[in-house]
Design a protein around this ligand. Structure first.
Ligand SMILES: [Zn+2]
Length: 148
């Protein structure tokens, strides 16, 4: 009888603390994804200015929805290159589609057009990245200063 009581007392406590840490993790994941989106927005501005609102493939002037920052190495695999200017170029909607439809053609084009960037990106290899809140905050601050 005594043993049972103490087990019952302990169990809910353990459960509660488990839930609390799960909630904390969920909140920090939410923050990280919000910060990533904010940083994507800042990068979009940086890339549009650097590439002079011009599609880097066909040379057309692009604005609004037609103006699309596009990653060279996909951010799903190369998470650590997500906010690296070297890994983003501005494309029009049409060329962005072409980029994804024909990766080999796209790779050849990029290599020829930006040999230095191609080499730099090849050297970086594959590496997933779990961005930390403080890293993202620091990067947002740095990139915002770059925009001024
Ligand atoms: Zn284009």
């Amino acid at each position: 009888m005594k043993r049972r009581k103490s087990t019952l007392k302990r169990k809910p406590l353990g459960k509660r603390s488990g839930k609390e840490s799960k909630n904390k993790k969920a909140i920090s994941r939410l923050t990280v994804s919000k910060l990533k989106k904010a940083l994507d927005g800042i990068m979009r501005e940086i890339i549009r200015i650097r590439d002079n609102n011009t599609c880097q493939w066909c040379g057309k002037s692009i604005f609004g929805r037609d103006s699309q920052p596009s990653h060279v190495k996909p951010k799903s695999i190369y998470g650590f290159l997500r906010f690296d200017e070297q890994n983003i170029k501005l494309l029009c909607l049409h060329c962005h589609r072409k980029w994804h439809l024909d990766p080999l053609l796209a790779k050849d084009w990029f290599k020829l057009r930006f040999p230095d960037r191609y080499e730099y990106l090849e050297k970086r290899g594959t590496q997933q990245k779990q961005w930390k809140t403080w890293e993202l905050l620091e990067l947002i601050d740095k990139k915002k200063r770059q925009l001024k």
